[in-house]
Design a binder for this molecule. Sequence first.
Ligand code: ARG
Length: 288
Amino acid sequence: MSPSTGSAGSGYAETSGTVTRTATRRRLLMCAPSHFDVTYSINPWMAPEKPTDGALALAQWERLRDLYRDLGHIVEMIDPLPGLPDMVFAANGATVVDGRVLGARFRSFQRTAEGPAYLAWFRDHGFGEIRWPEHTNEGEGDFLLVGRTLLAGTGFRTDRRSHHEAQDFFGVPVISLDLVDPRFYHLDTALAVLSDHEVMYFPGAFSESSRMVLRTLFPDAILATEEEALVFGLNTFSDGRHVLLPQSAVHLTGELAQRGFEPVGVDLSELLKAGGSAKCCTLELRSG
Ligand code: ARG
C-alpha cells in the first residue's frame, strides 16, 4: 500500500507470481478545488442542501496531488475559476492522445464555461493540435484509452456522435459503451483502466450488449461489485503498477494486489459529494 517504495519511470519492475508490473511516468493536469462546492445537482450524488467542507476538500485533493508527485509523475496545474465549482474534475476538461487535444463540450449549462477554460490552458502550453468539438463530450469522464483503443461511454453525458468525432480526430479505434445506471453517469465511474490491456468494471452499469462487448474484449477483467462501484472504487488512476483508488474499496484493493499491482488508498470523501473521486481529478496529458 505504500507509495514510497519507488517512483515511476525509473525503469524498475515488481514481480508478483508471474506478473511483472512496471510504472511509467505520466504527465497529469489537475485543478485545485479552491471554488469547490455543491451548488447545483446534475447527478444523483449532488445534494446542494448538504454542506461541504472546503478546507477538507482541499486537504484531500492536495494529498492526491502529492501522491502523484511522490510516485514520480509530473503534475501540471490549471487555475481554478470562480463560479465553476466542478472545475476540480480535470478529467472532464479534454481528452489528450498523442499530444492531440479534443476539447470538452459539457451537457449542462453549469459546466459549459469549463470547456473553453481548459482549451485555453492547452493553447498556452504549446499543444498545437487542438479541436473544439462539434458534439457534446465530457472528456476523459467518458473517453478512456486502453493501449491504442479508446473506450467511449454514452447514455447520460457524452453524445454518441462524439465517438466518431474522436475516432476521426485521434485515428484510434473507438468502442462505444452504453451506460444505463444514472449513479454511474460517466464511464470513469464504472470502468477503470489498469494497464495497456487490462480493465476493471462494474457490469451493472452497462447495457446487456455493452457487457457482452466488455466480456469479449477483456475476458479476465476484475469485476467490481455494486457496493464497490458505489464508493467510487472504479474511479481509479493506474500508472501500470501503482493504482490509486478510494481506500474504502477494500475488496478491489485485495484483487489488485493479487494481480501484482500496488494499490494506494486515497480519501476524497468531500469530492464524492459532487460525484467524483481520484480519476475525476486527473487528466492525462499523453504526448505524441
Ligand atoms: N459534479 C460533476 C458532474 O456531475 C462531477 C464530475 C466527475 N467527473 C468524472 N470524471 N466522473 O459533472
